[in-house]
Design a binder for this molecule. Structure first.
Ligand code: SF4
Length: 191
C-alpha cells in the first residue's frame, strides 16, 4: 500500500502542496492530468513548469496523456456547471489511478487556490474517494497563496494568468479590459 496521490493542476500549486508537511511525511506521488487546459501551448507550458519542480525537488510523479476531448465532451452544453464537471473529471481519474496503483489516499493542489471552490472540491473528492474505498484529504493553502506565487516566480516558474479552459481565459481577458456584462452570442439548441 502506497501513501498519497496528489492531483496537481500546475507547478506553483504543487509548490504550495509541498509546504503541507503532513503530506510529505506520507509516501507521496504527484499526478499531472489536466485535460481542461487550453490551448495546447499553454498546457505544455504548465507541464514543463510542473516537471521542472518535480525534478528540482527529486519528487516522484506521473503524467497522463493530454485528453482535451474528454473535457470538451464532458462540459459541452453544460458550460454553466463546467467547474463541477471539470473537478469531477480530474478527481475521478486521480482516484481510479490511486486504486489501480494501490494508494490509500488522494488529494488535489486545487486546494492551494482562493479561486477554486473548496467546499465543492471536498464534497466531490470525498464522495469519489469513498466510493472506491480511498481517503480524500482536504487542505487549505489560501493563506499562503500570494507568498507561494512570489516564491514560484523567484524560482523562475511559469505562473499562469487564468484557470485553464478557454472560457476562463476569455473571462480573464474581459476582466483585464474592464468589460462588464459582455454580450455573448446565444447558444444553439441542444442536439
Ligand atoms: S474555470 Fe477552471 S475549474 Fe472551471 S472548467 Fe475551466 S479549467 Fe475547469
Amino acid at each position: 500500500m502506497q501513501g498519497l496521490l496528489i492531483d496537481a493542476c500546475c507547478g506553483p500549486c504543487a509548490l504550495s502542496a509541498l509546504r503541507e508537511q503532513a503530506f510529505m511525511s506520507r509516501e507521496a506521488r504527484f499526478l499531472f492530468y489536466n485535460p481542461n487546459v487550453q490551448p495546447y501551448r499553454e498546457y505544455r507550458r504548465r507541464l514543463e513548469s510542473f516537471e521542472e519542480l518535480m525534478v528540482r525537488e527529486s519528487l516522484v510523479y506521473t503524467v497522463l496523456p493530454y485528453e482535451p476531448e474528454e473535457w470538451i465532451r464532458a462540459v459541452a452544453y453544460r458550460e454553466e456547471s463546467r467547474c463541477e464537471i471539470c473537478y469531477r473529471l480530474r478527481l475521478r481519474r486521480a482516484a481510479d489511478l490511486a486504486l489501480e496503483e494501490g494508494f490509500e489516499a488522494v488529494t488535489t493542489t486545487l486546494f492551494a487556490s482562493p479561486y477554486q471552490d473548496h467546499e465543492l472540491l471536498s464534497l466531490l473528492g470525498g464522495s469519489i474517494c469513498r466510493s472506491r474505498g480511498l481517503e480524500f484529504v482536504a487542505w487549505d493553502g489560501r493563506d499562503r497563496y500570494r507568498a507561494v506565487l512570489e516564491e514560484a516566480r523567484g524560482m523562475g516558474m511559469y505562473t499562469q494568468p487564468y484557470c485553464g479552459c478557454v472560457l476562463s481565459e476569455r473571462e480573464r481577458y474581459d476582466r483585464g479590459r474592464g468589460k462588464k456584462n459582455v454580450e455573448r452570442a446565444p447558444r444553439g439548441p441542444l442536439p
